[in-house]
Design a protein around this ligand. Structure first.
Ligand SMILES: [Zn+2]
Length: 404
């Protein structure tokens, strides 16, 4: 008795009288019974409420008052002296209800214990409506407890271990079919418990999160039905891109035009070319443009740029020249339908080729306009290798490119 510590787990199997068995549900519902010194002391002054048993198969099955019973045993009370009521002819379902009435919704029952108990009652044939009436709770309360037990065990663990407020169980449950989203919500809730600005810290916020996510998921599913999976990797995780008619793969990041199925970059380049009045001949995912086409596009852009520059009163730096014409540079690099992407933007052109290296020219100016004027070309590439190759080209055709 002296070595009893508040909160210490009671070894119930050791204390049980040989003639007593526990109702099989009670131990399933309850977490371990622990020492309660206050109860212990009050029992020394006498037990007001009887512990309830029913006779069953020559034994006594404990239905109600398990905590009182085990604390009496801690005090060394014999079976004969335990204050008790023994019921005869109690049906299994009534026994279950008796056990439940005594055990559920007591202060020392945590929500998870309540949830386990309620679920075993409903599987035992009781309806949520009847339980609500019996225990003086709303049906919604009963159902929300049932919802707890439908959460995957992993998720339940997190609720119990992280001490997540029980009210979040319903929104969390709504994402049951979507493990990733559910994990995210839980993380946000846990985060919200320490930082209300970055995480979720109200049930309303959790509900709003669920609504948004479910809508996103629904939208994605609709897209999938309508447009099919990713043309590149066959992933089903497809979503709207940033631009109209664009779809994007969540897995490989590929993007394409949802109707024409063309790679988005290709589609976009085509649109731009058409806007510039260039007739586009299409190959399979390549643009049929001759070096002359490209040169004239660049010329057109360069003229535009030159006009703007003149209006601003800017003059070309003296070293912005070389002996090469644009055509001279382009011709050896571009042959026929070898272009995947072409972009002419102010002073920069970018050409992605199907074969060979990608081409980047900076510093395009009016000098190209007649296709004969000299121009210096700054070059750059995404890799030092392609930069080097372009430089080699430029140097080959512009002997003075190096002496700036
Ligand atoms: Zn993909």
């Amino acid at each position: 008795m002296d070595n009893l510590k508040e909160g210490k787990k009671i070894d119930t199997a050791k204390l049980l009288d040989p003639e007593v068995v526990l109702h099989p549900q009670i131990s399933k519902w309850r977490d371990a019974i622990t020492v309660d010194l206050k109860l212990l002391n009050s029992l020394k002054d006498g037990q007001i409420q009887d512990t309830v048993f029913r006779s069953k198969d020559g034994k006594y099955e404990l239905l109600a008052g398990a905590r009182r019973y085990f604390h009496q045993k801690l005090l060394g009370t014999s079976w004969e002296d335990i204050p008790k009521k023994i019921l005869d002819d109690v049906s299994d379902s009534r026994a279950l209800m008796l056990a439940a009435s005594e055990n559920i919704f007591r202060k020392d029952f945590n929500p998870w214990e309540e949830a386990r108990a309620i679920v075993s009652l409903t599987t035992g044939g009781f309806k949520p409506k009847d339980l609500a009436k019996q225990f003086g709770k709303s049906e919604g309360y009963i159902r929300s407890r049932m919802a707890l037990m439908q959460l995957p065990e992993k998720i339940r663990d997190r609720f119990e271990k992280k001490d997540i407020p029980i009210g979040y169980a319903e929104p969390v449950k709504k994402l049951d079919k979507y493990e990733e989203a559910q994990k995210k919500l839980l993380e946000k809730i846990v985060e919200g418990m320490s930082n209300r600005y970055s995480g979720i810290d109200t049930i309303e916020e959790a509900d709003a999160f669920v609504t948004t996510i479910l809508k996103q998921i629904k939208d994605k599913e609709e897209l999938l039905v309508k447009y099919g999976p990713c043309p590149k990797c066959n992933s089903k995780s497809i979503g709207e891109g940033w631009q109209n008619d664009q779809l994007k793969c969540g897995d490989c990041n590929y993007s394409w035009h949802k109707e024409t199925k063309e790679p988005w970059e290709y589609y976009e380049t085509k649109q731009k070319l058409q806007e510039m009045g260039i007739k586009v001949e299409e190959g399979p995912e390549t643009l049929k443009l001759t070096p002359r086409d490209v040169a004239s596009m660049v010329t057109q852009k360069a003229e535009e740029q030159e006009r703007l520059t003149r209006e601003e009163g800017e003059t070309l730096p003296a070293n912005f020249r070389s002996k090469a014409t644009l055509l001279m540079l382009l011709e050896p690099m571009i042959t026929g339908d070898n272009i995947q992407k072409l972009e002419v933007r102010d002073e920069r052109i970018e050409i992605q080729l199907i074969e060979g290296f990608d081409v980047y020219f900076n510093g395009l100016r009016k000098d190209y306009a007649d296709g004969v004027s000299k121009a210096r070309i700054e070059t750059s590439g995404y890799s030092s290798d392609s930069t080097k190759k372009i430089h080699e080209w430029v140097n080959q055709y512009t002997p003075d490119a190096s002496d700036k």
